[in-house]
Design a protein around this ligand. Structure first.
Ligand SMILES: [Zn+2]
Length: 199
């Protein structure tokens, strides 16, 4: 089922980075039954929720918070990963992932960097955020990606683990944003590279 969402403009910063969604599938279109009573009358309530016509249960779909790490070494190089899993398997990426329940953004990015690279984050400084959409297991996942400038205790020792097939430092001048498979990462890198001289 397709559902018209009113023309919406999302501003992540004033007058910048506009993303327009004119026509898209309802985010809960895959959810056919009421999770409370099992009724098939689980109907669209508004652009981001469904309501059960039988028992009144309402479920709202909201963006999931995710984190992205920007880690530089002493040679003005940025740590990048190669994705081991779908979506965008095989393309370049930055360390990061979904924030767990009850976790702060700083705790989430510290955990993800450890899981994917083995590195210890000493300081995580929030920079900016970007909305992202990708398809996982046939389901369109909406996220809000929080970008952190991370300082690690040791930039010499790391290894690819978990969701990363490879991890390596890349000189800033050699970074080609088109090599990164996820759109919010490409946009975030452009913002970061434009500001990288300030750090
Ligand atoms: Zn119900």
């Amino acid at each position: 089922m397709f559902y018209h969402i009113r023309k919406t403009t999302i501003f992540t910063r004033p007058n910048q980075h506009k993303a327009k969604f004119n026509l898209m599938e309802h985010p809960l279109s895959l959810f056919k039954h009421c999770p409370e009573c099992g009724s098939v009358h689980f109907e669209i309530h508004n652009e981001k929720s469904k309501r059960c016509a039988d028992c009144g249960f309402v479920y709202y779909f909201n963006s999931s918070a995710a984190t992205v790490a920007l880690i530089m070494n002493e040679r003005n190089e940025l740590l990048v990963c190669r994705r081991a899993k779908a979506p965008a398997k095989g393309t370049l990426d930055l360390p990061g992932g979904f924030i767990d329940m009850f976790e702060t953004g700083e705790e989430g990015i510290t955990r993800e960097v450890k899981e994917e690279t083995g590195m210890e984050v000493e300081k995580a400084e929030y920079l900016f955020s970007l909305p992202n959409i990708y398809v996982y297991s046939g389901f369109t996942v909406h996220t809000l990606d929080l970008f952190f400038r991370c300082t690690v205790s040791d930039t010499l020792h790391y290894k690819a683990m978990d969701d990363a097939a490879d991890v390596f430092f890349l000189p800033l001048k050699d970074i080609c944003t088109e090599d990164f498979g996820l759109s919010s990462i490409r946009k975030g890198l452009k913002i970061f590279l434009g500001k990288a001289d300030e750090y």
